[in-house]
Design a protein around this ligand. Structure first.
Ligand SMILES: [Zn+2]
Length: 243
């Protein structure tokens, strides 16, 4: 093996696409706010530092599994590593205004650009650009986010038979305050149906600000907290990019 092979193999790096959890992490008004409470502190005379953290499982960057909306759906802790590492992720740049819906017609022309790739993508990252409000205007980020239409989940599952994960740079995959739309979207994505490939996972509140147009993503890893008995979990997301 020559030097060139070595060089091309090493020309990549990893980016972290998940946000850190902090007490300022914007969470839905219905959720408990994150609390990080020092328990023993060296500063205060203790021999070691420890803290107690209180986090609802749908806080910050997290992965929704079918058990979130389906009685017999799989919870996230039953997923094997092989099911959480995606080898052909793509970013669909779909800039949206507050409270706008993402329809199949928005994504169809974007997917057309990738038609010479056999459409065998296993993970789709939708970049709406809404991440810019996360710190600047958390209220806007939480209550006016663009969201994916239920028909869009169906469209993507049909169009991309290998699709296993849908991720977005908004606090939720669905628009705020629309209960039926939210239920329909999650059920459409999570249900098991012979001709629709695998039920999807959703990654929400993902940080896509570092992803630039034309970047080639080689691999994406979703690493949820390993907690038994819960439907979904906060997660770390790493992506390998080619330089
Ligand atoms: Zn969730």
């Amino acid at each position: 093996m020559g030097n060139n092979d070595n060089k091309s193999r090493n020309n990549f790096r990893y980016l972290k696409l998940s946000y850190n959890l902090t007490e300022d992490t914007p969470v839905h008004p219905d959720l408990t706010k994150i609390k990080i409470t020092p328990k023993t502190q060296i500063n205060e005379g203790a021999d070691y530092n420890t803290s107690v953290i209180t986090v609802e499982n749908h806080s910050g960057t997290h992965v929704d599994a079918p058990a979130h909306f389906l009685k017999n759906g799989r919870p996230i802790f039953t997923y094997d590593p092989d099911e959480l590492i995606f080898h052909k992720p793509i970013v669909l740049e779909c800039l949206k205004r507050p409270d706008e819906i993402i329809n199949p017609e928005d994504l169809a022309p974007l997917l057309r650009n990738f038609e010479d790739h056999d459409l065998d993508f296993d993970c789709v990252l939708i970049r709406t650009g809404f991440g810019k409000y996360r710190e600047k205007d958390p209220e806007m980020y939480l209550t006016k986010n663009p969201g994916v239409a239920p028909e869009t989940a169906n469209y993507l599952r049909r169009k991309l038979p290998k699709l296993k994960c849908l991720a977005i740079d908004t606090v939720s995959m669905s628009r705020y305050g629309r209960m039926q739309e939210m239920i329909d979207l999650h059920q459409t994505a999570f249900r098991t149906q012979e001709d629709l490939g695998k039920p999807l996972l959703f990654v929400e509140d993902l940080n896509l600000r570092a992803i630039e147009q034309g970047m080639i993503l080689d691999e994406l890893m979703v690493i949820p907290w390993q907690v038994e008995g819960i439907d979904s979990a906060p997660c770390t997301v790493l992506v390998k990019i080619r330089l």
